[in-house]
Each structure stands twice: as structure tokens, then as C-alpha cells.
Design a protein around this ligand. Structure first.
Ligand code: COA
Length: 331
């Protein structure tokens, strides 16, 4: 027995930064960003807004859509790389805000693959007979992690949260393929701020070169390396999942891909041999919101009426780790 998604919700901050707005921070232009990434704008938190607050808001909307009371939840998982909390975990904060007192709560970090890992984890618990109903959330405040002087990264990311309620269902179908390659970790990385303190006590920061400090206190990325990794591996993992399930591309109604870059998504469409109509995009509006991107897209499609009951969907995420995963679900 597995679970089905019975409600979705999402939240993005109101403040919008257009490509032209970014000129106040870095030497860039709208045309370059649109051509290389497809991104037109991104939503970012203002003073006083928090990643954990977005997680709560998306969760409330998902619970309302599902018609589920917070007290019915057995588990809450938050996927994030950008929590504004180290202790307690963000999921416990969400639990307290929702009064979901029967839920076990934990966070996980698989970067942009995270929503799938939260989904897969819940499916495994349901299948083991340990839980019936869970809330999963992908929430990211990446504007607080990027170096706003680095035009190679700051143009890409945005803030937001997406959530889904999953409930056990005899009709539910689930399968997945997952991979990680720690050897590629340096392509997309960031050390925790406190790691700097650990090195040579207070001398650590002054002893670092500017480049080191940038990489350690902000998101550092080898854009071309990440690009090549995604365009090569996402089609392979989708085909791997289709092969494992003995189904074909034609059997899939929708592919929900992590919203990183239009050119990556177009590359995947070509290599999987599918059509753009089956691979919706909203990165133009939100940029890359890491583990929030797939649940925000899912929620938008549900609200637009573009997903119907029974639709066969493959979600595929990829990102830091390096990690990548593809998951099959029937809505
Ligand atoms: N605006 C204007 N010019 C920029 C720029 C910006 N924001 N960022 C870089 N450039 C310049 C570079 O300095 C370089 O100039 P040069 O040729 O004079 O040296 C030129 O544009 C090309 O840079 P390059 O890094 O080769 O561009 P690219 O085509 O690889 O595009 C990315 C850069 C980051 C958009 C692209 O590599 C990418 O999207 N990678 C994947 C990143 C990603 O999705 N990460 C998250 C995964 S979860």
C-alpha cells in the first residue's frame, strides 16, 4: 500500500526582482539572463519574512485543499537547504504553528532533489504500515544564501515554498529511481557559516582568501559542470524509471522537472523524446527555488485544472550532492 497526494499548497513572497532590477547588484542584462536561463523574474523575501514562515503558509494551504486537520498528520518532512533554523528542525516549527501534535517531524537536505526524497520517504513509511497521512514541504530562502555580487549565481535563484498532503490509498502506485555522486559535490556547494569558526578559531576568516570565503559563506557553483550533469543524467534516470516500470514515454501525461533552467529542460525534452506540452515550466516567474520548485509547479497546475485525477506523472529533480531522482505517481 502506498499514498496519494490529496492536497497541495504553495507560497511565494510578494516582492519581485526582475532581471533589470539585478543591475543594481551586478553587471548583467535582461537579454543575457533570458537567453541563458529562461528566467524573467524571481520572488524574494523582504525584511521580517522567513523561510520557516513560508513553509507554514504553504502547509496551511495544502491542508485546506486536502480537507485534513493538522491533528490527523502522522509525519511532517521539510526539505530545505536554506532553513533559518538549525535547532529545532523546521518541521517541528511547522508542527507547532499548525498544532499538528501527533506528527513526527524532521528535515532533510537533498538540495533540488529534496521534494522527491521527502515524497519517497513518506511512501516508504506508508508502505511499511507505520503512518497513514503526511505533510511534505519544499521550502527555500535562497536569497539569503547567494552572493549578490556574483552574477554567475545570484541571477538564478528565488524564494518560495510548496507543500503536499499524502494519504494512504489502495489505488496508489509508486516507483522511483535515485542516485547520488558525492565526487561531484564541489560543483554546487556552500559550507555552513559556523564551519568557518571551527577552523582556526577567530583567525579562520581573515586567513581565507576572498575566493575561499565566497565559496564557504555563499553558494558556490560551477555552472557549466552542473548544466552538463543535468542534461546528461536527468534523461537517463527518466528512461531508467520507464524501463524499470516497463512503460513508455507515451504512457506519461506530465513530466514535472526541477525548475532550474529552460535550456536544461529543453535538453531533457529532446533526449527523452517527449513534447514541450508535457513538460510545464514556471521558472520564468520564480527562478530556481531548489526543493520548492516542483511542489510550487505541482500546486499551480492543480489550481489551474491542468492535472486531473489519474494523470500519470514523473517528477524528476537534480542538484547539489550531486543528487538526482525520478519518481512515478498517479495523481
Ligand atoms: N550576465 C551577463 N553575463 C554573464 C553573467 C550574467 N549574469 N554571468 C556570466 N556572464 C558572462 C561570463 O562572465 C562569460 O563572459 P566571458 O565569455 O567574457 O568570460 C559569459 O557570460 C559566459 O559565461 P558562462 O558561465 O560560460 O555562461 P553559461 O552559458 O554557462 O551560462 C549559467 C551560465 C550559470 C546560466 C549556466 O551555466 C547554467 O545555467 N548552469 C546550470 C546552473 C544551475 O542550474 N544550477 C542549479 C542546479 S540545481
Amino acid at each position: 500500500m502506498y499514498g496519494k497526494i490529496i492536497g497541495t499548497g504553495s507560497y511565494v513572497p510578494q516582492k519581485v526582482l526582475t532581471n533589470d532590477d539585478l543591475k543594481q547588484y551586478v553587471d548583467t542584462d535582461d537579454e543575457w539572463i533570458r537567453e541563458r536561463t529562461g528566467i524573467v523574474c524571481r520572488h524574494v523575501m523582504e525584511d521580517g519574512e522567513t523561510m520557516k514562515g513560508m513553509a507554514v503558509e504553504a502547509s496551511k494551504r495544502a491542508l485546506q485543499a486536502a480537507g485534513v486537520e493538522a491533528g490527523e498528520l502522522d509525519m511532517i518532512i521539510v526539505s530545505t537547504v536554506s532553513s533559518d533554523l538549525i535547532l529545532p528542525n523546521t518541521a517541528c516549527y511547522v508542527q507547532e504553528q499548525l498544532n499538528a501534535k501527533n506528527a513526527m517531524c524532521f528535515d532533510l537536505n537533498t538540495a533540488c532533489t529534496g521534494f522527491m526524497m521527502a515524497y519517497n520517504t513518506v511512501q516508504t513509511y506508508i508502505n511499511a504500515g507505520l503512518i497513514d497521512t503526511a505533510l511534505i514541504i519544499g521550502a527555500e530562502g535562497l536569497s539569503r544564501l547567494v552572493d549578490w555580487k556574483d552574477r554567475g549565481t545570484c541571477i538564478l535563484f528565488g524564494d518560495g515554498a510548496g507543500a503536499a498532503v499524502i494519504h494512504k490509498d489502495e489505488q496508489a502506485v509508486f516507483d522511483t529511481v535515485m542516485h547520488a555522486n558525492g565526487k561531484g559535490g564541489s560543483a554546487l556547494s556552500m559550507e555552513a557559516g559556523y564551519a568557518l569558526r571551527d577552523r582556526a578559531i577567530d583567525k579562520a576568516v581573515s586567513a581565507l582568501s576572498d575566493k575561499d570565503r565566497h565559496l564557504r559563506t555563499h553558494i558556490g557553483m560551477d555552472g557549466q559542470e552542473v548544466f552538463r550533469f543535468a542534461v546528461k543524467n536527468v534523461p537517463i534516470i527518466i528512461k531508467e524509471l520507464l524501463g524499470k516500470m516497463e512503460i513508455k514515454e507515451q504512457d506519461i501525461d506530465l513530466f514535472l522537472l526541477h525548475q532550474a533552467n529552460k535550456r536544461i529542460i529543453e535538453g531533457v525534452i529532446k533526449r527523452v523524446g517527449t513534447t514541450a506540452e508535457k513538460v510545464p515550466m514556471n521558472l520564468m516567474e520564480y527562478g530556481n527555488t531548489s526543493s520548492a520548485s516542483i511542489p510550487i509547479l505541482l500546486d499551480e497546475l492543480v489550481k489551474q485544472g491542468s492535472i486531473s485525477e489519474g494523470d500519470r506523472i514523473i517528477m524528476a529533480g537534480f542538484g547539489a550532492g550531486l543528487t538526482w531522482a525520478a519518481t512515478y505517481l498517479e495523481y
